[in-house]
Design a protein around this ligand. Structure first.
Ligand SMILES: Nc1ncnc2c1ncn2[C@@H]1O[C@H](COP(=O)(O)OP(=O)(O)OP(=O)(O)O)[C@@H](O)[C@H]1O
Length: 238
């Protein structure tokens, strides 16, 4: 579903991403870990078409992004760390507005169903978003992705600043979206959440994907040990 082939991004003197080969299947959650500046957000920005690659290719559902950008846009949804919504509109109104922008016209009941599926409590649907917590805004972001019926979901630091309960709820939510066949690429610094939520984990260092592993094959403590080695340039054996 998502594929990067020898994907490279260079700024003047800095190579932010070097020859990345990455594959995320439909119905899979892939968590990308790495120190600050390792190239994680660059990877998502290239997949989303926000950045042009210096070389290499990005494919979304078999369509090469460079040539078929317009065709791939409806297939993808992006949830940034802070979901930007109109604070003086309700959650329901925000969802109606943004899903309308992607060409979908849902009834009030359908919009409420989407918010419920994203886990937003019913009594919050008609409240102004300005009163929402970060976790609640993120749920509206998830509802927007569901409304778009995206086949691929990109998440940048989705659990940063969420309390453990909200973070756990978030894991369950993205796993249920994954179970509907959506490919999910998630950038995070949260090793525990990566282990809990993801199917596969990749660790980046200095623009290079240095290690990939199945989340089921490691305990949280083992993942932490592997991460420490990977980011400090020691040989890694998952
Ligand atoms: N517009 C730019 N011009 C020059 N260098 C850039 C630019 N954008 C990013 N970089 C550099 O590319 C490298 C990768 O950045 P990127 O934001 O992808 O890292 P990251 O892994 O997402 O980091 P973080 O965890 O801090 O978000 C960094 O060294 C960064 O300074």
């Amino acid at each position: 579903m998502l594929q990067a082939i020898n994907l490279t991004k260079r700024y003047d003197r800095k190579t932010a991403l070097r020859e990345l080969n990455l594959h995320v299947q439909a119905g899979e959650i892939y968590a990308l870990l790495g120190a600050n500046g390792a190239g994680k957000s660059t990877t998502i920005n290239l997949f989303m078409g926000f950045l042009e690659p210096t070389s290499g290719q990005v494919f979304i559902d078999g369509i090469e992004l460079r040539e078929g950008g317009a065709a791939t846009k409806p297939l993808v949804a992006y949830i940034p760390e802070n979901v930007m919504l109109y604070p003086y509109l309700t959650g329901l109104q925000n969802l109606a507005f943004f899903s309308g922008l992607s060409g979908r016209n849902y009834t009030d009941t359908q919009l409420r169903d989407l918010l419920n599926r994203a886990g937003l409590q019913t009594d919050a649907h008609a409240q102004n978003v300005g009163t929402y917590s970060k976790g609640m805004r993120q749920k509206v972001g998830i509802a927007m992705a569901l409304a778009k019926q995206a086949k691929a979901l990109f998440l940048d630091e989705p659990t940063s600043g969420l309390d453990p309960l909200a973070s756990n709820e978030f894991s369950n939510l993205i796993r249920s979206i994954r179970d509907d066949g959506v490919a999910i690429l998630m950038v995070t610094h949260d090793l525990f959440r990566a282990k809990e939520a993801a199917d596969r984990i990749g660790i980046m260092r200095d623009g290079v994907l240095v290690c990939e592993l199945d989340a089921a094959d490691v305990t949280p403590a083992e993942l932490e040990a592997i991460y420490m080695k990977a980011v400090s340039n020691e040989p890694v054996t998952p």
